[in-house]
Design a protein around this ligand. Structure first.
Ligand code: BGC
Ligand code: BGC
Length: 831
C-alpha cells in the first residue's frame, strides 16, 4: 500500500475538505521584464549533441502517445500526494520527494523503503496501459549536500563551506559520491547543484550558494555536474554510477531585494546577465540535463512566466537541449495562474511543472487547455520531447526496475569509509580561521581540552537544513549512524595527540583545562524560515559561556556553525581563536584535524564578513567596500592572528520572531491576547463568560490558563496589530503548533478558527481532540497544517486572528505556546 502521508496523531473530525491546491498570491506585476537584447548574452552551442537514434525514438513515441499521456508526462507530483497507482492512471512523467516527504511518512524512513518505493513507482509507470507506449517515471530529490534525505548517508558541508574550499577537483569527487549514494536507493535525479550567487545574507538560502560572486560557482559547475552525471560521450554518462543533475534556480534567486525568499531581483539586464548567469554556461556545456526555474521575480515578473529568459535565453541562445523543471507550485505564482491552472508557464518555456499536491487539478486543466488549443500542441510536444530525451539519454527505458540497476541495494555504500573520507577532506578545506591570538591554534599536543557549547555534540546543528527534514529540524543522534559529531572527532584527535578531552556542553569542569573549545551557532533552517531581518548573531548563553571561561583564565577557541557570514563581534572579542565552520555535515573529525594541526587551514571566505549587524549585503567589488573580513580572507596558523578589540554595539535590536503567536506567557510581537464575546473581543472582555490568568508550567507565568464558564458564547484569541500574510507559510507546508493541557474537557462544541477580516473565517471543530487530551491530563503538542485553514476558507494573505478558540460550553485549558513551525513529526489531518 503506497498511499504515503504523514502519520497522523489523530484526525480532526467533522469537516470534509477536498485536496484542492491553494492558489498562489496574486502578486502585482507592474513592470513585466523581458530580455531586451539576447545578442548581449553569451551564445552557447555546446552541451551534448542530439543523437539521431534517440530523436527518432522520440518521434515514434510521440506519435503513439495519447494526449492524456503527453499531459501527464509534463507533470511532477510529490510522493506524499501521489501513489504509484496515480502515476499509472495519470501517466505522470515524474515524481519528487519534497524536503518533508518520504516513502513512509516518517522523516527517518530506512533506505530500504526508498528503494522499494522507487521500484513501486517505476513498476506503475511501466504497467501496460492499452496500446500506449510505456514510459519510465523519473524521481527527483534534493540531494544538495550528499543524499541528505537518507539515514546513514554521507553528508557534505553545505555549499557555503564548499565555496570556502575553492577546490574544483574535490567538488567533482563530491558529485561522484552523491550520485552513487542516490543510486543505492534507486533514485536517478538530483535537484542540485544550486548555482545561486548570493548578494544579501539575510536570505535563508545563503548557505546553498557557493559564494557572493559568480566566480566559484562558475568554476564548480562543470566538475560538479560531471561528478554527478559523468562526462558527455562516456558510456556511463547519466547511468551506472551517475544520475541526472539540475542547475538551479534560474535566474537571479540570490539577487532578490532584501534577501527575501521567492522575492524580486530589481536589477537591470546587464546585472542579471553578468552576475547571475555565468555559472549556467559551464553547466550546460558540461551537459546538465535539467534547469530548475526560480520562484523569484525579475523586476516584478515571476521567472515561471518569463518567456524571454526561459525560451529566449536558455533554449534559443544557449541551445539547451534538456528540460526546464518548475519549482514547488512556482507556476501558480505567475499572474493569472493558480497552482492547478497555468498554461502560461508552459507556453513561456517551462517543460515540467513541479506540482507536488496540485498535480491532479493541474492535469485536468492542462488537458482541457491542450484540447482547446490554449496550450499549442507544438509546445506540448516539445516539452514532452525534451523530457523523453533526458530519459532516453539516461537509459531509463532499458535499465529495468531501480533495484536492478548498478549500485542499487548496496546499502553499505551509504556513509562508507571512502565516501566519508571525501566529506572529511571537504570539512578540512572549508573551515576559515578568522582569529588566532597568541597562536592558540593548533592546540598543543597533550593539552587537556574542555569541549563546550550546544553545538559540540549536535548533529542536527552540524548538518543544518535539508537534512532528513526540510528545515533540518527534529533529528536526533541515532538518525546519523555513520556520522561523527565535532565532539566525537575532538575526543579521538585529543587522545591521538596524547592529551585528553572532556565534553561539557555548559562549560562546567572539575579540573581546570588548558584550553576550551566552544561550539555554537545557528539552529537549522532552510528556505524562507531562514530569512532574517539582519545578520546579527544573538546567543546570550554561548557568549556568557565564553566570558566565564575567559574570566577563569582559560583560552577559548570558538567553532561557529552558521549558514551565512554573521556579525559576531562580541563572540570574536571573547575568543582567543575563532573558526567559521559553516555547516560541516557528518564529518566532525575534519574539524578536529584542523584544531589539532593535523591539517593546515586553507579555507578562504567566499562571502564577505560583515562589520555590523545591518551590513547585510556587503559584497566584494562594492563601491565603498568595508567588511570586517574581506572576500578571500582566511588565516593559516602560521600567520599572525591578532585581532583588535571590536565594537560590540548591535546596529538594531534583535528582531521579533513572526512565527511566534504566543510563548513564555506572552503573545508574540505585534500581537495581543484577547478574550470575550466573539466579534467584539476588544470591547467586551466578558469576565462572566471567560477568564485568562497567568499559569506556571516550567517557569513563573510562562503559560496562560483560559476558563470558559459555559454561561454564554465566548472566545480567546491571538489578534494581530496588523494583518499577516501567511500564504507562503501555508503553501510551504508549515503548521500551527499548539502546546497545552486541558484540565476540564469541553462540555459543548469548540471551534479552532482563524479570521481574515470582515466575514472571513475558517477552521475546525476541536472538541474531540480536547476531550482526548483532557483524558490524558498531560501537556500535549499538536500541529495542524496551515493549508487546512486555507482549505477551510481562510484568506491566508490577510490573517488578522491567527488563533481563536470559541465555545458556548465549559472548558478549562492552559496554553503554553502557539507557533508556526515546520512540522517534522505527525500532524493532524484536515479531513
Ligand atoms: C526549492 C527547491 C527544491 C524543491 C523541491 C523548492 O521549494 O526551492 O530548491 O528543489 O522545493 O524540494
Ligand atoms: C519545499 C519542499 C518542502 C515543502 C514542505 C516546499 O516549499 O521546497 O521541499 O517539502 O515546502 O511541505
Amino acid at each position: 500500500m503506497m498511499r504515503r502521508r504523514t502519520t497522523f496523531l489523530c484526525s480532526v473530525v467533522g469537516i470534509a475538505m477536498g485536496t484542492t491546491a491553494i492558489a498562489g498570491p496574486a502578486a502585482a506585476q507592474a513592470n513585466p521584464s523581458a530580455v531586451a537584447d539576447p545578442q548581449l548574452w553569451s551564445a552557447l552551442d555546446s552541451g551534448p549533441a542530439l543523437d539521431p537514434t534517440i530523436e527518432s525514438r522520440i518521434d515514434a513515441l510521440i506519435a503513439e502517445m495519447s494526449l492524456d499521456q503527453k499531459v501527464g508526462q509534463i507533470i511532477q507530483a510529490d510522493i506524499a500526494s501521489a501513489t504509484p497507482d496515480d502515476v499509472y492512471r495519470y501517466h505522470l512523467g515524474s515524481i519528487l520527494n519534497g524536503g518533508n516527504s518520504t516513502p513512509t511518512g516518517s522523516y527517518n524512513a530506512p533506505a530500504t523503503e526508498w528503494l522499494e518505493a522507487a521500484d513501486a513507482y517505476y513498476a506503475a509507470s511501466m504497467k501496460r496501459n492499452g496500446s500506449l507506449p510505456r514510459i519510465p517515471v523519473i524521481w527527483g530529490s534534493d540531494a544538495v549536500h550528499g543524499h541528505n534525505n537518507i539515514v546513514g548517508a554521507t553528508l557534505f558541508p553545505h555549499n557555503i563551506g564548499l565555496g570556502a574550499a575553492n577546490d574544483p577537483e574535490l567538488i567533482g569527487r563530491i558529485g561522484e559520491v552523491t550520485a552513487i549514494e542516490m543510486r543505492v536507493t534507486g533514485l536517478d535525479w538530483t535537484f542540485a547543484p544550486t548555482l545561486a550567487v548570493v548578494r544579501d545574507d539575510r536570505w535563508g538560502r545563503t548557505y546553498e550558494g557557493f559564494g557572493e560572486t559568480p566566480e566559484i560557482a562558475t568554476s564548480y559547475a562543470a566538475p560538479l555536474i560531471e561528478g554527478l552525471q559523468g562526462k558527455i560521450g562516456d558510456e556511463d554518462w547519466l547511468r551506472g554510477p551517475h544520475i541526472v543533475a539540475t542547475a538551479k534556480h534560474f535566474l537571479g534567486d540570490g539577487g532578490t531585494a532584501g534577501g527575501k525568499d521567492q522575492g524580486d531581483a530589481r536589477i537591470d539586464e546587464a546585472q542579471l546577465r553578468d552576475l547571475f548567469s555565468p555559472p549556467y554556461l559551464p553547466a550546460i556545456d558540461a551537459g546538465v540535463q535539467s534547469i530548475m526555474v526560480s520562484f523569484s521575480s525579475w523586476n516584478g515578473a515571476k521567472m515561471h512566466g518569463n518567456q524571454s529568459l526561459m525560451t529566449g535565453i536558455v533554449k534559443d541562445r544557449w541551445n539547451f537541449s534538456g528540460f526546464l523543471v518548475g519549482d514547488w507550485n512556482g507556476h501558480g505564482q505567475v499572474t493569472g495562474c493558480s497552482a492547478t491552472d497555468c498554461p502560461k508557464s508552459i507556453i513561456a518555456g517551462l517543460d515540467m511543472y513541479m506540482a507536488p499536491d496540485s498535480w491532479k487539478g493541474l492535469y485536468e486543466s492542462t488537458l482541457a487547455d491542450a484540447r482547446s488549443g490554449i496550450l499549442p500542441m507544438e509546445r506540448l510536444d516539445d516539452a514532452v520531447r525534451r523530457i523523453l530525451r533526458v530519459k532516453l539519454r539516461a537509459g531509463l527505458f532499458e535499465s529495468g526496475k531501480p533495484s536492478s540497476r548498478p549500485y542499487a541495494g548496496e546499502f553499505e555504500r551509504l556513509g562508507s569509509a571512502d565516501h566519508r573520507a571525501v566529506a572529511r577532506e571537504a570539512v578540512q578545506k572549508s573551515l576559515v580561521l578568522l582569529k588566532n591570538e597568541a597562536s592558540v591554534l593548533p592546540l598543543d599536543p597533550g593539552a587537556t581540552v574542555l569541549v563546550a557549547g550546544d553545538g559540540a555534540d549536535n548533529l542536527t546543528k552540524q548538518t543544518g537544513g535539508w537534512t532528513l527534514s526540510w528545515q533540518g529540524t527534529g533529528t536526533k543522534r541515532s538518525d546519523f549512524p555513520n556520522a561523527q559529531s565535532i565532539w566525537e572527532g575532538i575526543e579521538v584527535a585529543a587522545a591521538a595527540a596524547g592529551g585528553t578531552a572532556t565534553l561539557s556542553p555548559d562549560g562546567t569542569y572539575s579540573d581546570k583545562p588548558d584550553v576550551a573549545i566552544v561550539v555554537f551557532g545557528e539552529d537549522p533552517y532552510a528556505e524562507f524560515q531562514g530569512d532574517r531581518p539582519d545578520v546579527g548573531y544573538d546567543d546570550a548563553n554561548s557568549l556568557a559561556l565564553l566570558h566565564s571561561l575567559q574570566d577563569k583564565g582559560i583560552p577559548t577557541v570558538s567553532v561557529f556553525l552558521s549558514g551565512r557570514a554573521m556579525w559576531v563581534n562580541p563572540f570574536l572579542n571573547a575568543s582567543d581563536a575563532f573558526v567559521a565552520a559553516w555547516l560541516p555535515g557528518t564529518e566532525g573529525g575534519g574539524v578536529a584535524d584542523l584544531l589539532f594541526g593535523r591539517k593546515e587551514f586553507t579555507g578562504k571566505l567566499s562571502y564577505s564578513w560583515p562589520r555590523s549587524s545591518d551590513q547585510t549585503n556587503v559584497n566584494v567589488g562594492d563601491a565603498n567596500y568595508d567588511p570586517l573580513f574581506p572576500y578571500g580572507f582566511g588565516l593559516t596558523t602560521g600567520e599572525n592572528g591578532e585581532l583588535e578589540r571590536l565594537p560590540e554595539d548591535r546596529a538594531r535590536a534583535a528582531p521579533a520572531d513572526e512565527n511566534e503567536l504566543f510563548a513564555s506567557g506572552r503573545p508574540g510581537a505585534g500581537r495581543q491576547l484577547r478574550i470575550g464575546v466573539p466579534g467584539q473581543l476588544a470591547a467586551n472582555p466578558a469576565p462572566d463568560l471567560i477568564t485568562a490568568q497567568g499559569a506556571d508550567r516550567n517557569a513563573q507565568e510562562d503559560s496562560v490558563r483560559l476558563r470558559w464558564t459555559g454561561s454564554g458564547r465566548a472566545a480567546a484569541a491571538i489578534v494581530q496589530d496588523a494583518p499577516s500574510d501567511l500564504t507562503r507559510q501555508s503553501n510551504g507546508g508549515l503548521a500551527l503548533e499548539l502546546e497545552f493541557k486541558v484540565d476540564e474537557g469541553p462540555s459543548k462544541n469548540v471551534d479552532l478558527l482563524m479570521t481574515c477580516g470582515n466575514a472571513c473565517v475558517g477552521g475546525f471543530p476541536l472538541q474531540a481532540l480536547l476531550t482526548k487530551v483532557a483524558e490524558t491530563g498531560r501537556w500535549t503538542r499538536v500541529s495542524l497544517p496551515l493549508s487546512c485553514f486555507a482549505e477551510a476558507g481562510v484568506d491566508m494573505s490577510r490573517v488578522d486572528t491567527p488563533l481563536m478558540l470559541v465555545t458556548d460550553g465549559r472548558l478549562d485549558i492552559t496554553l503554553a505556546s502557539a507557533r508556526i513551525i515546520s512540522p517534522t513529526g505527525g500532524q493532524l489531518s484536515c479531513q
